[in-house]
Design a binder for this molecule. Structure first.
Ligand code: URA
Ligand code: SF4
Length: 274
């Protein structure tokens, strides 16, 4: 944003403050974005001067470096820090090994949303690294992406606790998901992917607050805040139900995603069975 544009925004906000009973409100993310926009605007002339070999009297050393860096990556950092320190669910904050924020490319066109970290994710601090995660990685690769090309996050950032001495994971409760959801909302707001994929009915419930069966939800386009949303089976379901028909359904859903992203689809991909 150029400086006159920023002045214009500030003047408009001041006018709203003076003429209305309610002070203007801006989300933390928007304020951070404005701050960064200002910083980029200030550093741009310096960068231009460096490129043209002009006088460098006003060149700030951080200017040109910032140009190449991803704004979105910087915007995600303060959220990651808040998640890291979060104790909104006291029982999860005390049982977790660590929080699991999200992984991948902050500039991704495609974002996958799961439900919550399991035991492997809790240990490694990264979403989808266990058995279900390996299957998700395989699906991503079959789509001709690398794991680092897309962004992967969960509705819940802490592993749902289980009684000590027991094995396995439990699904997050609706209350836990509603408590943690704002972090995911902020992640999506910053990343602004072209397509979202929700994995399983629990992730859908966490994201949309809507309960439904996968039979009625999957395989067609929905929307979250104007972003096209594809709903498909959770990879853990495919591990439980090995029928080729179920794998094929997930792959059909991913072909729809590739089409929406205007990615070329090979004949081999069309005929592929996971
Ligand atoms: N299942 C999920 O929903 N998310 C993970 O990160 C791992 C397994
Ligand atoms: Fe905080 Fe989310 Fe963990 Fe609850 S699950 S403590 S809201 S980070």
């Amino acid at each position: 944003m150029t400086e006159p544009a920023l002045d214009f925004v500030i003047a408009a906000l001041e006018k709203i403050r003076e003429s209305s009973d309610h002070s203007p409100r801006a989300s933390r993310t928007m304020l951070r974005r404005l701050q960064l926009a200002d910083f980029v605007a200030v550093s741009l002339p310096a960068a231009a001067e460096l490129r043209t070999g002009g006088r460098q009297t006003s060149a700030s050393p951080s200017g040109p470096r910032l140009q190449g860096a991803s704004n979105k990556a910087q915007l995600l950092e303060p959220i990651r820090e808040r998640v890291c320190a979060c104790k909104k669910c006291a029982h999860l904050a005390s049982s977790r090994t660590q929080t699991v924020f999200g992984v991948g490319n902050p500039d991704a066109d495609l974002m996958f949303i799961g439900e919550a970290p399991g035991v492997d994710e809790d240990q490694q601090g990264e979403p989808f690294v266990g058995r279900a995660g390996q299957l998700l990685t395989k699906i991503i690769k079959a789509m001709n992406f690398a794991r680092g090309d897309v962004y992967i996050a969960n509705v819940l950032k802490c592993r749902p606790d289980t009684p000590s001495g027991t094995f396995g994971n439990r699904p997050p409760t609706p209350v836990e998901m509603q408590t943690c959801r704002p972090y995911l909302v902020e992640q999506i707001e910053i990343i602004q992917p072209k397509v979202l994929v929700a994995l399983g009915a629990v992730a859908v419930e966490g994201l949309l607050g809507m309960r439904g069966t996968m039979r009625e939800l999957r395989g067609r386009w929905h929307a979250y805040n104007g972003i096209p949303l594809m709903i498909t089976y959770h990879p853990a379901y495919l591990l439980r139900n090995q029928a080729p028909s179920e794998k094929r359904k997930v792959w059909e859903d991913m072909l729809q995603v590739l089409e929406r992203l205007e990615q070329p689809i090979t004949e081999r991909q069309r005929n592929y069975f996971l």
